[in-house]
Design a protein around this ligand. Sequence first.
Ligand code: HSE
Length: 370
Amino acid sequence: MQKVAFIGYRGMVGSVLTSRMKEENDFAGLELFFASTSQAGEKSPDIGMDVPPVADAHDLRFLSGMDIILTCQGSDYTNKVYPQLRESGWKGYWLDAASALRMKDDSIIVLDPVNRNVIDQAISKGVKDFIGGNCTVSLMLMAIGTLFQNNHVEWMTSMTYQAASGAGAKNMQELVSQMCMIGKKAEAMLCDPANSILELDRNVLSTMNSNEFETRYFGAPLAGSLLPWIDAAMENGQTKEEWKGFSETNKILQNKTPVPIDGICARIGAMRCHSQAMTIKLTKDIPIDDITQMISSANEWVRVVPNTKEDSLKALTPAAVTGSLTIPVGRMRKLNIGEQYLTVFTVGDQLLWGAAEPVRRMLKILTGKL
Ligand code: HSE
């Protein structure tokens, strides 16, 4: 039985991962240990089987006894522990949801419905570091990766509408607090039909701009607004989130000639589903029916949504997709610019295919169950 240590199981991604692993009975057949940076010695979470008390996630002796380390603890933990562990000679598999090791030459970004061939080759070559990708990139590739794999993309821009969860649990709470505060201050006006819409609008704006409005985590109002900036600045004017679109996509696909990808990433007031609108310059004019067929048969989670108002509002929104593994792709049409220009819109749960699911499936691959 392979010894597996699971670190960071209490955070948002870790909790979603634990719950998915329980649902799929993934813990069976593993010699499992939970390890924590702050809860060592406590009872392990209830997963329906006997597991030893929580181990210390900084204990290198404990970690070096593992065949596989699966961490959702975050990049700071990875940056601290991983180098020491490798330097000590540990040869096990490091499976990580955080970004710290993603762009290392000898790591693989995992998204097996798209790059299973890359993963299998890497395992047979002795690669030991398998890292989950950026959520927006993974969700985009689950939706339209087949167009890249068939060399149909000359270039692509993506405009994203990213949920609060991508910034963290505290940010999700802050978004709801902001919504609450706006609602409370406007409640009396909403109940009085005599108030004009412009008065209501002024009321909302004054709440959003007041000193009491909670903006500690986002740095600005998100409820009733949006934030056109995600993550740190790069020297070229991109944000790091925008930079990842190009670098991670091409790494996941192991493209010898990188496909140009760029766009603008924005935070919106959704809870945990990222949405994105893509403009794609195709390498040739491909009929929309062929594209539909290609996308809908790419994997078992993708669904092409007919380009109608009714279908789009029913199936192509964060409210419709949250909590599900389905990846809807809709608003698909050729742009008026020309027959080689395709636009699509896609939505995906940022905590499932965007974070926990690729890592969960990689553990199954490493333990011979997938
Ligand atoms: N960086 C993403 C975001 C989430 O801020 O939405 C993690 O991949």
